[in-house]
Design a protein. Structure first.
Length: 114
């Protein structure tokens, strides 16, 4: 089982990034998939969830209307589209799956700064 995030980087406030999480060893469509983030000195925070089956989505209040979680089942990949980025979105972003009691990627750094 492996989750590999990509797409992080440095972006100015108001900009956009799209994070990807490529999964291997299991099928993402039958498990909950989530994005978390952790800023320096802070606890890890749940950002977005996409459920198995119908793919309902949920977001923490601070990103509602700005972030979109989605999945591409044939590619076995989950995405996090991040628009209107703010400095407070700066964090390491982690992909998580409910497979096997919980599986994590190693994270990708997102820095929002002018």
């Amino acid at each position: 089982v492996q989750l590999v995030e990509s797409g992080g980087g440095l972006v100015q406030p108001g900009g956009s990034l799209r994070l990807s999480c490529l999964a291997s060893g299991f099928t993402i469509s039958i498990y909950y998939m989530r994005w978390y983030r952790q800023a320096p000195g802070e606890e890890r925070e749940l950002v977005a969830t996409i459920t198995n089956g119908s793919g309902k989505t949920y977001y923490t209040d601070s990103v509602k209307g700005r972030f979109t979680i989605s999945r591409d089942n044939p590619r076995n990949t989950v995405y996090l589209q991040m628009d209107s980025l703010k400095t407070e979105d700066t964090a390491v972003y982690y992909c998580y799956s409910s497979f096997g009691g919980g599986s994590w990627g190693s994270g990708t750094q997102v820095t929002v700064s002018s």
